[in-house]
Structures are given as structure tokens and as C-alpha cells.
Design a protein around this ligand. Structure first.
Ligand SMILES: *Cc1c(COP(=O)(O)O)cnc(C)c1O
Length: 383
């Protein structure tokens, strides 16, 4: 078949299977009330859990820093892109996570690629939860390690694999991005210690949200840097800005600076983003009412959904997916919600396993109870 025809055929096939991906065009900041394709709508799919993406103090820090540093960083961190703003943010994140050092990456995807491919290589065994984020799985492929996926949240299955082949590294999401449930970190840290393996937690969806001080899944379980030596976090979710970091001990961070290709061969994030993130970190730590409000909205949503008999999944985090099953059905409900002015995206395979298409509903500290009630009312009419 002609090479252009095969692209067109594959696109058609995706459409037929209700797996076609499409973008919505927004003309407003990320917030509960957004404007999508010129229409006002209520958004329940953002990862801006604490409502910091458009916080006036964060925006103002960004503007001031842009006045000083300009927009582009001009180069990679190892050339001329590493500003005082980046350095100060690294130090503050190290203190926040209780670790010796932090290294900023331009995105979470790149942090995971750089970290895992630096620590693992051919001949090493790398174990990952079956539902880990795509960037972690891709990182494992890139590393060339022997990658094995264990059943979701199943430390027993992991332990069995570790007995057969000595693990070099065990990797898990802290809060699972498409399910909202939490990894059994106490058990995983015990297994890692037993086998002298690295344990790495990607806490993209836990930081800022879980723990009394927003310390994420590790604070939730009371785990320290000894038990979880490698922590990765993203800045584009709870922090409301952009970018990512790896936190760990001096030797780990220096190794990444020397070797992680997705750190070395890419442009540093703009300094103004780093300054904005310093402000959002400080708000995140001080304003615990944001976490409390979020927990209250989660409870209200779950209670309301249970009363209506909606297909909730087992999650206590702001990620509250409704399991639909068929991709076509999930897509249809998402379209019907949008027609009523509510934006919730349908998540379909291969992002989630075959037959488990879902509506990924997320809550933010900026939502109101009335907005959650409106969502429940609309869902009741459609499901
Ligand atoms: C979003 C996400 C990433 C990627 O982070 P970006 O900064 O968006 O590239 C990595 N891991 C998990 C678990 C995520 O949810």
C-alpha cells in the first residue's frame, strides 16, 4: 500500500473504533470555568488540583521574572540556561522533599526517560506496575533493561518476580494517573530493601495534594528518603506551572547531571517558570485549606455518585474516574456532557487497558459544591 494511503487507513480505523483523539481549543486560563471553542463550560478534567495555574501571585511572579530574565532561557542547564531562579527552586524543592538535592527537568516525560535510562541498562531487571504512566514504560524501553510489569498494586506478584530475578529498580506511580488509586509504598519499599534495589516513585499526582503539608504519597504513608530513595515530581499538575524534578541524594543528582541525556541535550525551562513555581510551592505549603477543600469536594462527589449508583472506581484522590467500558459509549457520554456545558474527557485504550474506557473526572480546590452538584445532575441524566 502507498505510504500515504496507509496513514489514512490507520486514521479511518481509529475513527471506526471510537479511538480518534481530538483537541479542544481553549481561550481562557485553566480553571473550573473555561471557554472551549468559544463556549463557556465547566471543566472537570484539569490536573491543576490546587487551583494554582492562574493564581494571581503565581502569575505576578512569572511576569516580574520575565521582565528580568526575558522569556527564553537561551540554552541548556549545562551551557548558559541555569539561572539563579532555577537554582533557588532546586534548593527549595530539596527542602520541601527532605532530600539532599533536586534536579529540574524540562518535563516529567524527560525526567523519567533520563533517570531510568541512566540507572538501568542492558542485563538489568526493571519492575514496573502494569498501570504506570506511559513515560515510565517508555523510559524502561529506552534503557534496554529487561522490563517486567507486575499486576496493578500487587506487591505479592512483584515479590514473586523479585525472587526469580534480582531487581535493579522498582518503579511506580504514587497516585495512578488514570485510576486515582495509591501504590502500596510501604510494601514496595520493604521489597526493594530486601533485594537491594532502587525504589523510584513518580508522584506527579500526589505532590501538593496528599499529606498534611502537601508532601504527597510519601508523606501520606510517612516514608522517608531512606525508604524511597528516588522521588520524581512534576510541576504541571498540583504546582500549576510546568516542568519536573528528581529529588535524591548528592550522588544520584550528580550522576544525572553527568549522564542523563534528556537533561543534558535540551533547553532549560524559562527562568520565569522557575520563579512562578517558587511562589506556587510556597502557597502549596502554607495554604492547607486547599487540600482540605479538595478532600471535602472528593467526599461530596463520591457520596453523591454512590447515591446515584454511578460506576465509581476505588479512589480517594481528586482523580475520580467513572468506568464505562466501551470506547464508543465513553466518547458519546463525553460529547453529551460537553453539549450541556461540562468538559470531561473520555480516556480510552491504549491509555487504559482494553474494555476499560472511562470518564476521567478530576476535582480542584477551586471548584464549588454547586459545581459538583451540577456535574452529578448531568451525569445522572446520562448514565
Ligand atoms: C503527567 C505525568 C508525567 C509527565 O509529566 P509532564 O511534565 O507532563 O511531561 C509523568 N508521570 C506521571 C505519572 C504523570 O501523570
Amino acid at each position: 500500500m502507498d505510504k500515504w494511503h496507509s496513514l489514512a487507513a490507520a486514521l479511518d480505523e481509529r475513527r471506526r473504533a471510537s479511538l480518534y483523539r481530538q483537541r479542544h481549543i481553549t481561550s481562557s486560563p485553566s480553571s473550573p470555568e473555561m471557554v472551549i471553542s468559544g463556549q463557556p463550560c465547566l471543566c472537570f478534567c484539569s490536573n491543576d488540583y490546587l487551583g494554582l495555574a492562574n493564581h494571581p501571585a503565581v502569575v505576578s511572579a512569572f511576569k516580574q521574572a520575565a521582565d528580568h530574565y526575558g522569556v527564553g532561557s537561551g540554552g541548556a542547564h549545562l551551557i548558559n540556561g541555569h539561572s539563579q531562579a532555577h537554582h533557588a527552586l532546586e534548593e527549595e524543592l530539596a527542602e520541601f522533599t527532605g532530600r539532599q538535592r533536586v534536579l529540574l527537568f524540562s518535563t516529567g516525560y524527560m525526567a523519567n526517560l533520563g533517570l531510568i535510562s541512566t540507572l538501568c541498562g542492558r542485563g538489568d531487571y526493571l519492575y514496573q506496575d502494569r498501570l504506570n504512566h506511559a513515560s515510565l514504560l517508555d523510559a524502561g524501553l529506552l534503557s534496554g533493561a529487561k522490563q517486567q510489569r507486575y499486576a496493578h498494586l500487587n506487591e505479592q506478584k512483584l515479590a514473586e518476580k523479585c525472587v526469580v530475578n534480582q531487581p535493579k529498580m522498582i518503579v511506580t506511580d504514587g497516585v495512578f494517573s488514570m485510576d486515582g488509586d495509591i501504590a502500596p509504598l510501604l510494601e514496595l519499599s520493604r521489597i526493594a530493601e530486601q533485594h537491594d534495589a532502587w525504589l523510584m516513585v513518580d508522584d506527579a499526582h500526589g505532590l501538593g495534594v496528599l499529606g498534611d503539608h502537601g508532601g504527597g504519597t510519601l508523606e501520606h504513608f510517612g516514608l522517608d528518603a531512606q525508604q524511597v530513595p528516588i522521588l520524581m515530581g512534576t510541576l504541571g499538575k498540583g504546582f500549576g506551572t510546568f516542568g519536573a524534578f528528581v529529588a535524591g541524594d548528592e550522588r544520584l543528582i550528580e550522576t544525572l547531571i553527568q549522564q542523563a541525556r534528556s537533561y543534558i541535550y535540551t533547553t532549560a525551562m524559562p527562568a520565569a517558570i522557575a520563579e512562578a513555581t517558587r511562589t506556587s510551592l510556597s502557597i502549596m505549603q502554607c495554604e492547607s485549606w486547599r487540600r482540605e477543600k479538595l478532600q471535602q469536594l472528593i467526599r461530596e462527589f463520591k457520596a453523591g455518585a454512590a447515591q446515584l449508583g454511578l460506576p465509581l472506581m476505588p479512589s480517594d484522590t481528586p482523580i475520580q474516574p467513572l468506568l464505562i467500558g466501551e470506547s464508543a459509549k465513553a466518547t458519546l457520554i463525553s460529547q453529551q456532557l460537553l453539549a450541556q456545558g461540562i468538559l470531561v474527557t473520555a480516556i480510552r485504550p491504549p491509555t487504559v487497558p482494553e474494555g476499560s474506557a472511562r470518564l476521567r473526572i478530576t476535582l480542584s480546590a477551586n471548584h464549588t459544591e454547586q459545581q459538583v452538584t451540577r456535574l452529578l445532575d448531568c451525569l445522572d441524566g446520562l448514565l
